[in-house]
Design a protein around this ligand. Sequence first.
Ligand code: GLP
Length: 244
Amino acid sequence: MKFKVFNSYEELSAYSAELVAGVVREKEDAVLGLATGSSPLGLYEELIKLYDDGNLDFSKVKSINLDEYVGLDGTHNQSYRYFMDLNLFNHINIDKNNTHVPDGVAEDLQKGAEKYDELIESMGGVDVQILGIGPNGHIGFNEPAEKLNLNTHVADLTQETIKANARFFASESDVPTQAVTMGMGPIMKARKVILIASGENKAWAVKSLIDDVITTNIPATLLKLHTDVTVLLDRSAASQLDEK
Ligand code: GLP
């Protein structure tokens, strides 16, 4: 696992965009595993800039998102489909038919989850997986637990996650209590992983990434078993690491 600490979130974002751009330049039909939340926002802005400047072509790129809230359809302004359209897809030349976000309003969520795994498989897996990290160490919505899931599944959100995400909703009680999330399987199988963390509230979770323990109670620690993970941090997120 490689760690890189940046003086500012802007520098971190520009660097992360160059990593993603490198993958796309090498493989024009790359599969991008995408995340929502505030962490990758700067990355998406930088990718849009690269596209605007004629330095990156998304016409053949495919994307697969990590997760979606149960009960929110794509028109809801807090749904992750809406987020992706608003913050990235509407601004680049990606074919929307090639962008995928789990269906949070499927009549049969389990069936939808199984289909999502088939879809990931049919796309040949993920070339580069973007991840944020929850303050409790979750990735996607794979929450701390005794057991983790390999496959896409419906996850119950922890109280801590509901609290952390309440800032995007009118009140805490409006935050969905469940989500459909990609399991650990496709994340661990991604050819490259880029994890972005910024802010003091991520410092504990980030520190657990350098400790030598791997535990399902901090799902991100499983990434220590992956051979190509780059963790990009700003100073605050790195504040509990010994060497800065
Ligand atoms: C959310 C998402 C995660 C995201 C995390 C951190 O709950 N499901 O994929 O990485 O929380 O979000 P943020 O980047 O806004 O701190």
